[in-house]
Write a protein that binds this ligand. Structure first.
Ligand code: SF4
Ligand code: SF4
Length: 500
């Protein structure tokens, strides 16, 4: 049994996938073949089985957020959301893939609703892109700083409730997984981050797909006597397995695994970030080089990681004060608006503009400005992921044990102290352990960005690949140094007992 490359047009892409297969010795590791874990994931109700505990935890978080302690380091809503959930999410993406979407508690509520509500509207064609979730993603980062979400259990609980409401409204009105594909900011974060994951849901043997008559992986299966009765969903994200490339838009829902009548879909190993080096026509997505919205997502993902970290280090207060005095403005929203615009819009426009200019002028790349910017924007995504890992990993590891006293306290508060007295001295791993991890994540991100940029440059400029590579390597290194500087600044210990 061999894994075959999807249908790709440019020869370079075919070569690349062949190289990737060679790298993986043509027999990729398949998570679904692992004893115990494989059968568990392959079980038809595996997703529900994983979602139920997360749904229960979400309910507890909301209740504690509304009714529990108002001090954020003592509340389950804030501690679990801002310390544990974010860290676990990025670490899972690093080690495996988009496991949060697999176990997404919001989807449990939505699937339950869809037992009775069957939407008929198709998501508007003009909105079939990533612009709405990009705006929402920046909006969440902005609201996080403006309202100090990490410090407010009440607001955090409202964010969770709002998320449930949004998915029920959108997927109650529109067919397929419209919320996941066109609205959810967490989903887009996961999709772009998971381009660096070591696993992807993919076909085991392309020849089996060639002979397949039913294509159930995308169509799903329905009751022969009534087409209204769905026996098994196909891919709701419109990813047709034989032509699917990489993790973009894949929620790891495993519907295709359950639907394929030939047991031909697995969770296979691949070269992390390898999907960013190629530009095939991807099922449900098209070519990356023609998706300016996904390129913008990669840019916002990278520069948003800098902004999010900048918001929690001491120098941000000095910059905010300087802006207030220099521009005579008092509104915190206006100050933050200027900062966000500078870091997420102006800075990338200037830096990418300069890199594009050098690439075209020095390496002789003939493509237009926008085309070059879109092409190389994807190279920034691994570095962005490294920064999110370093930042969220910092909170996760330094606040790792805080869940113990906070859970003890939550039980004690409802008059049921079964876990004993809260041990507030339990916090997390020492910084001497966490700091090397942070720099390891950043270095990993930098290595990924340099590798992707090199492969893109090599394809773009056969004559001067080093010249095409140099500006993007320089940009990656400059951003890496910014990340290192940020991670060495005194940081707020948000939502933990050392909170500043
Ligand atoms: S249903 Fe299975 S065999 Fe058929 S096209 Fe999809 S993945 Fe391939
Ligand atoms: S059904 Fe679609 S979204 Fe779900 S795992 Fe398969 S390819 Fe990914």
């Amino acid at each position: 049994m061999t894994r075959q490359a999807p249908t790709l047009s440019p020869a370079t892409d075919q070569d690349r996938v062949a190289e990737e297969d060679e790298f993986l010795d043509a027999q990729p590791f398949d998570l679904l073949k692992v004893p115990l874990l494989g059968p568990l994931l392959g079980w038809r109700h595996s997703r529900t089985f994983l979602q139920i505990p997360l749904f229960a935890v979400s309910v507890v978080m909301v209740l504690d957020g509304f009714l529990g302690p108002t001090l954020s380091p003592k509340n389950l809503a804030t501690v679990l959301t801002w310390v544990h959930f974010r860290g676990a999410l990025v670490l899972a993406i690093l080690c495996a893939g988009n496991l949060f979407c697999l176990a997404c508690p919001f989807m449990l509520a939505r699937n339950f609703m869809r037992r009775w509500i069957h939407p008929r509207l198709a998501w508007p064609r003009r909105l079939r892109n990533k612009w709405i979730p990009i705006v929402l993603f920046v909006g969440v980062l902005f609201a996080y700083e403006l309202f100090g979400l990490w410090a407010s259990p009440w607001l955090t609980a409202w964010v969770i409730v709002g998320y449930f409401a949004a998915i029920l409204i959108v997927d109650g009105l529109f067919t397929h997984a419209s919320f996941c594909k066109y609205v959810c900011p967490i989903g887009q974060f996961n999709f772009i981050a998971a381009t660096a994951s070591p696993l992807e849901v993919a076909v085991r043997d392309g020849e089996v797909c060639d002979d397949c008559k039913t294509k159930d992986c995308i169509r799903g299966r329905r009751e022969p006597s009534s087409q209204l009765v769905v026996l098994q969903r196909g891919c709701e994200l419109a990813l047709f397995q034989p032509a699917k490339v990489g993790n973009m838009d894949c929620t790891f829902c495993l519907d295709c695994v359950h639907a394929c009548p030939h047991d031909n879909v697995g969770i296979l190993s691949r070269l992390p970030a390898g999907e960013l080096m190629i530009d095939p026509n991807r099922s449900g997505i098209g070519r990356f080089s023609r998706r300016n919205d996904i390129a913008a997502l990669a840019i916002v993902f990278c520069f948003g990681s800098l902004m999010n970290a900048f918001g929690m280090v001491s120098p941000v207060y000095a910059v905010e004060d300087w802006l207030r005095h220099a521009l005579h403005i008092q509104s915190q929203a206006a100050v933050l608006g200027i900062l966000f615009t500078a870091v997420i819009v102006v800075e990338p426009a200037l830096l990418l503009g300069l890199a594009v200019w050098i690439t075209r002028a020095w390496a002789g790349v003939k493509n237009g400005w926008l085309a070059v910017a879109i092409r190389y924007a994807y190279a920034l995504s691994p570095l962005g992921f490294g920064m999110w890992l370093a930042h969220y990993g910092y909170h996760f590891f330094t606040g790792l044990y805080t869940i113990v006293p906070v859970a003890q306290n939550a039980f004690a508060q409802i008059g049921w102290p079964i876990l004993g007295d809260p041990r507030w001295t339990w916090v997390g791993l020492p910084k001497t352990v966490v700091e090397p991890l942070e720099f390891g994540f950043l270095l990993l991100g930098l290595a990924g960005s340099l590798l992707v940029a090199w492969r893109l440059a090599h394809d773009d400029s056969k004559k001067h690949p080093v010249r095409a590579f140099a500006p993007w390597a320089a940009l990656s290194i400059v951003l890496f140094l910014c990340c290192v500087w940020l991670m060495t600044q005194p940081m707020d210990m948000r939502a933990t007992m050392g909170a500043g």
